[in-house]
Ligand binder design. Sequence first.
Ligand SMILES: [Zn+2]
Length: 390
Amino acid sequence: MLAKISLIAALVAFAAAAPSPSASPAPKASGAPVAAPIIPIPPFNGTFANAYPPQDAIAPTDTPLVKAWLAALNLTAVPDFPVVPFTASGDPQNPTSIPADSCDWTETNCINKDLTTCPLGVWGLTYDDGPTTFSEQLYDFLDTTNQKATLFYIGSNVIQNWQAARRACGAGHQIAVHTWSHQPSTSLTDEQFVAEVKYTEMAIKELCGFTPTYFRPPYGDIDNRIRGLLWQMGYTSVIWDYDTNDWMMAPGGTRTMAQVDAAFAGWIANAHNDTTGHITLEHELYQNTVDAAIANLPKLQATWKTMPVSACMNDPHPYKEKNITLATMNGTTAGVAGTTTSVSSSTPTGGAGSQPSTGAGGKAGSNSASKSGLAKATFVVALAAAVALF
Ligand SMILES: [Zn+2]
């Protein structure tokens, strides 16, 4: 929770410096060729059909759209825990007043159906707070090994950097929601939280043609009231077990790149002791967070199978539009039913660089998921032999 105020201040400063929606898009950073889309996305002429809240402002609750969204929910079924007042520095004003049965993650690490890890040997690769003007550098690098990730998008940023958003949608990354204005979720009323999620969802739908079903709370701030609202809206919440603290690098704080690199190095050195896989917290927020992500990804790819959270959960349908399929760990193919753009991808991590190294393979061989995979492979070989015989 430390330095949260700095992060908020940096977000505001970044927002102030960002171009308006009508301004010319920022040029792609690297000039590298963009991979052909896997998921077809609808045409978009640069003008949004719907009206959206101001950038980084808490979404309003009195618009006809929000009223319709609220009317579709049964708010009486949502646990009635109080809104948590926060300090200007981004912490609860009175943490001891938070009810224990609210299952508040940031204060007590309480989990209630939230996803926090992937299976042993798998690294759930996630990047938060995009899209930004730095995002395309990251997407270029991900393309070099056909690496897919989960991208938790801020609605305000989706409006500002819609070109990057559309690219990521088409590339087959898992697009997920991270609220409209990046407030601590428990500091919002039911109505504000619903508006924050639904406006973000609507922006992604306009740009990409699909509706996310995965959500990450800013700062990991979630309790049973927020979960109740999310479940009503059809969302799965994702937190993390490994925080890179990359968001604490300048301008968000004083953490150094060496400290962030050391965190990755420590996890990698300890991988042989893993009892679970992981879900990480990284950001596409600043140039330095993107630099850290790019520098460390090959090392992660050499140690774990790296993939989006939906892939490690073997969820082929992380969008409400069930004709859209994203690649999963068990070999599901990414594509859209009824189109010709389906791309075979038995390994959602993509390129050879994403395969476990010899050492990691030895580790992975000792886990149940790998045993299951080995059994499946054996069965396939046996089946093939039987077919050959007959
Ligand atoms: Zn965030």
